[in-house]
Design a protein. Structure first.
Length: 612
């Protein structure tokens, strides 16, 4: 049964006892939920798993904040990371209540939220004794509103729905309300949906730890947009190797911004260049420039040279307080030693140079390669992301419910870091294999072949998922340098099977195929995302695709070539004669790439000429 979880220090137990009746009143209204606090643990029950299980079942959590709470290692290191992860991933309601005055604004995860009671007051001083009922009644109202939202979203929860609606009717409330956190947010102007397009950014994990400095840098860069003069930041670029968490950092900040209606942004536009292929392909910014010009209202996006398009886009975007997010820029940067990091696309290069000089907004970039040509330019700020700290790694492992002391988990994070991706997947692997106290199991992973910690973790998944449809899906994704759409995956799943690659997936019904993808999403190995209401695309982190591509290419070269041959044939047949525009040409470019990897160089060249 869904729970409302109370997180508190035992030194504040008297205040917890004053809160309980207000939440119990909701429970007694028959809404199919229960209030949970750690005094309910039976004498013979193990307390740590019991608390974790309660948090996993919670739809809302109330945090009683005080100096004792914020200095509690268990509350801050065990409960808070997991609750924040649940809020980001599952939409859990998080309600902080300031019981006693303390320096709570020093904690970013708290400073970004509306504290109850409002206006800088605290319960102990401003609402003593029975006056606290007013604050705790507000807490109960927020929980009620959240339950109303869940009930309106999930018609299958019949008991919850009926109970909540009955209570809502008794209180004169409407059955649908906005999310409580949005009700509490500052009243910034709401940005119309047509002025926001972040659909092309990658899905990432929600857990983020140890990045307070970078988040503050993002805040400062955005706030500097109101300043004048050449000293302000117009382009902010985060540089780091793959797997460090660049995209996760940016997505986390965007979610914070979205809760505050993007803080007076005029438009918000995001683009991931990973969807245009890896660096060894003929990636270009043409599709981005075309889509961005249309988004910013250009009357003729196809007009002019690449340089003219780039300048026109910069003028339009820079004339307003726009937020432009460019994720994974390295496919368009040179990888050669003599000009490493140089932008190879003239339109994009021109756009960024103009934005650096003249822009009322902010362009945010993530890339594996430093923007060498832009180093030292006025208006451009570059930040090399350090690898995650052992403390941040420990928090990631705790969100995956790996059990251990601080020292043990930080040691794991050192051995499998410093990449956030490797540490995060390590936690999933240990938990899903029922190895919650994972020190010994982690040592076994370290013995596996591979120089990189991520390779060892993925080798563990590979052995665990051996002879399964799930492993076949991961290897199929290694054939792609971008998200795999339903048509391409359907061509690979078609009979006859590709020996050693699709023996199991060809036998799957559509329902079983969805269940396989559900499991891989739960393991955080793939993501699904629908665009424009169409069938979902299936994607994985570029480092995962690279790993499984390498395994397939080296161990099963025949399957590697046959998979690319099928994709070549499918994509070639999907393009009509003389395709128009970038969208029409894109499948043909992909077909040529797959044809070359299949060893069909001459056919791919001839086929492209015939189509054009």
């Amino acid at each position: 049964m869904p729970k409302v979880f109370i997180s508190y220090s035992h030194k504040d137990e008297a205040w917890k006892d004053k809160l309980l009746p207000h939440l119990k009143a909701l429970e007694q209204a028959g809404m199919g939920m229960v209030v949970w606090q750690d005094r309910q643990i039976d004498a013979g029950e193990k307390w740590h798993p019991a608390i974790q299980d309660a948090m996993a079942d919670a739809v809302a959590a109330v945090l009683l904040i005080s100096a004792d709470y914020l200095s509690s290692g268990f509350c801050v290191k065990e409960e808070v990371p997991y609750l924040l992860d649940r809020q980001e991933r599952a939409g859990m309601l998080l309600v902080p209540v300031l019981i006693r005055r303390c320096a709570w604004k020093a904690h970013r995860w708290l400073a970004a939220r509306q504290m109850l009671p409002r206006d800088g007051k605290c319960v102990a001083i401003d609402f003593p004794d029975d006056h606290a009922d007013g604050v705790f009644s507000d807490v109960a109202e927020l929980v009620l509103a959240h339950l109303l939202k869940l009930a309106s979203d999930t018609e299958s929860t019949t008991v919850l729905l009926q109970g909540v609606r009955a209570l809502a009717a008794a209180r004169g409330l409407r059955p649908t309300v906005t999310h409580p956190e949005l009700q509490l947010a500052p009243k910034w102007p709401v940005l119309p949906p047509e002025r926001i397009d972040l659909t092309r950014l990658p899905e990432t994990g929600a857990a983020l730890f140890g990045r307070d400095h970078e988040l503050q840098l993002l805040d400062a860069a955005w706030c500097s947009a109101v300043k004048t003069g050449a000293a302000r930041t117009r382009i902010l670029a985060f540089t780091a190797h793959g797997g460090v968490g660049k995209s996760t950092l940016v997505n986390h900040w965007l979610r914070e911004m979205q809760r505050e209606h993007f803080l007076c942004a005029s438009r918000v536009f995001g683009w991931s260049f990973y969807s245009q292929g890896a660096r060894d392909q003929t990636a270009s910014a043409d599709a981005f420039i075309d889509a961005a010009l249309r988004f910013f209202g250009d009357p003729d996006p196809a007009a002019g040279s690449p340089w003219a398009k780039g300048e026109r886009l910069a003028r339009r975007a820079g004339a307003e307080r726009a937020l432009l997010v460019l994720d994974g820029l390295e496919p368009l940067q040179s990888g050669h030693a003599f000009d490493r990091g140089k932008l190879r696309d003239p339109a994009l290069d021109t756009m960024l140079r103009v934005l650096a000089r003249h822009s009322d907004g902010l362009c945010l970039i993530t890339t594996r390669e430093p923007l060498s040509d832009f180093a030292g330019l006025a208006g451009v700020t570059a930040c090399d992301l350090d690898q995650i700290t052992p403390e941040a790694g420990r928090a990631l492992l705790r969100t995956a419910r790996v059990v251990g002391t601080d020292a043990e988990l930080e040691d794991l994070a050192r051995r499998f870091g410093p990449h956030a991706l490797a540490v995060s997947l390590l936690g999933v692997y240990l938990y899903e294999n029922d190895l919650r106290h994972g020190t010994g199991a982690a040592r076994a992973l370290e013995q596996r072949a591979g120089n990189e910690p991520l390779d060892r973790v993925l080798a563990g998944f590979e052995q665990w998922l051996a002879a399964s449809a799930e492993l076949e899906v991961l290897r199929l994704l290694g054939l792609f340098d971008r998200p795999a759409d339903a048509g391409c995956l359907g061509a690979l799943r078609a009979k006859p099977p590709i020996p050693g690659l699709t023996d199991r997936v060809v036998e799957l019904s559509d329902a079983d195929w969805d269940r396989v993808l559900d499991r891989l999403e739960k393991l955080r190995l793939v993501q699904r995302q629908s665009k424009d209401g169409g069938p979902p695309e299936v994607d994985a982190h570029p480092l995962l695709r690279e790993y499984f591509a390498k395994q397939l290419r080296e161990r099963q070269p025949e399957a590697w070539r046959e998979g690319h041959r099928r994709l070549y044939e499918y994509l070639k047949s999907s393009v009509r004669h003389r395709p128009e525009g970038l969208a029409g040409l894109q499948p043909l470019y992909q077909a040529v790439s797959h044809g070359c990897k299949a060893g069909l160089h001459q056919q791919a060249c001839s086929g492209m000429c015939q189509q054009l």
